[in-house]
Design a protein around this ligand. Structure first.
Ligand SMILES: NC(=O)c1ccc[n+]([C@@H]2O[C@H](COP(=O)([O-])OP(=O)(O)OC[C@H]3O[C@@H](n4cnc5c(N)ncnc54)[C@H](OP(=O)(O)O)[C@@H]3O)[C@@H](O)[C@H]2O)c1
Length: 252
């Protein structure tokens, strides 16, 4: 779907990847409304709605009140990461992550869909992760939210086949943001991350918006960035052995 003149909603767009998505979309002439918890300084977006998505009580009212029902594209981007050994993860943070990473995209899609179906067009983009299909120790709960988002996207796409509404899932690789930097704090006591690579948020945003414009249903990293994902999907036992060689339970 060409994004020029389309109304696009992006969640979590005040920083990181969401901010880069908005800048790329604006460059190509989209009208962007951001749903942010913290204010952004983007003056070019058509709108900014401030809310904490993890406590937003009623998405039906939220969409009506903010006149979001005519949006052409919804990009479910906002997310958090809790990493480290499962028994050391804060249970409150786990619950909040499950909410923001998985429940919110499901509930927002659910209320946007009837409007898109009525118009016979629309696109839902879910920012998942290579973690959704790669078995990383220290990423148990985060991976669960992202594999859930991959499964949700793939099943929803089938359900919408005859409606004109499309679903695109992002198999996002390492992207240099605050979240990426935080991985090192929570994973490295136990996992050797020397294999990890990252690209800039701007480079990934360009790949994503190109993918949206060319009608991709799944957007993956390109070239060597795709190697790890390819390995994990095609040779899962080899990938698992490789991860085992990098993991040890320190301080336990
Ligand atoms: N970076 C990576 O390597 C990577 C790889 C694969 C997938 N991803 C996924 O990509 C997406 C964006 O990640 P990022 O790297 O850009 O992370 P980031 O820099 O940490 O930004 C996260 C964004 O989500 C927002 N957010 C978090 N909790 C929220 C809530 N309760 N309500 C509203 N907004 C909330 C944050 O707002 P505040 O500023 O208010 O906190 C921020 O705008 C996430 O879904 C992440 O899981 C990231």
């Amino acid at each position: 779907m060409r994004v020029k003149d389309k109304k696009v909603i992006v969640t979590g767009a005040n920083r990181g990847m969401g901010k880069a998505f908005v800048e790329e979309l604006l460059k190509r002439g989209a009208r962007v409304t951001m749903i942010n918890r913290s204010p952004s300084n983007n003056k070019d977006a058509a709108g900014e709605i401030l809310t904490d998505l993890s406590v937003e009580p009623n998405f039906m009212e939220f969409v009506e009140k903010n006149k979001l029902d005519d949006a052409d594209i919804l990009i479910n981007n906002a997310g958090t990461l809790v990493g480290g050994l499962l028994e050391e993860q804060d249970p409150k943070k786990i619950s909040q992550m499950i909410k923001v990473n998985l429940e919110v995209p499901i509930r927002l899609s659910r209320v946007m869909l009837p409007h898109m179906i009525k118009r016979g067009s629309g696109l839902i983009v879910n920012n998942a992760s290579v973690s959704g299909v790669m078995t990383f120790p220290c990423a148990t709960t985060y991976a669960a939210t992202k594999s859930g988002l991959v499964s949700f996207s793939n099943a929803l796409r089938e359900e919408l086949l005859s409606t004109g509404v499309k679903v695109c899932v992002l198999m996002t690789p390492g992207v240099k943001t605050d979240m990426y930097d935080a991985i090192y704090d929570s994973f490295t006591p136990h996992l050797d991350l020397s294999f990890l690579t990252s690209m800039s948020a701007q480079a990934w945003a360009k790949i994503v918006v190109d993918g949206i414009e060319s009608g991709s249903s799944e957007i993956r990293p390109k070239g060597s960035e795709n190697f790890g994902l390819h390995l994990a999907q095609k040779t899962p036992n080899f990938f698992r052995r490789m991860m085992r060689s990098k993991f040890s339970r320190k301080n336990t």
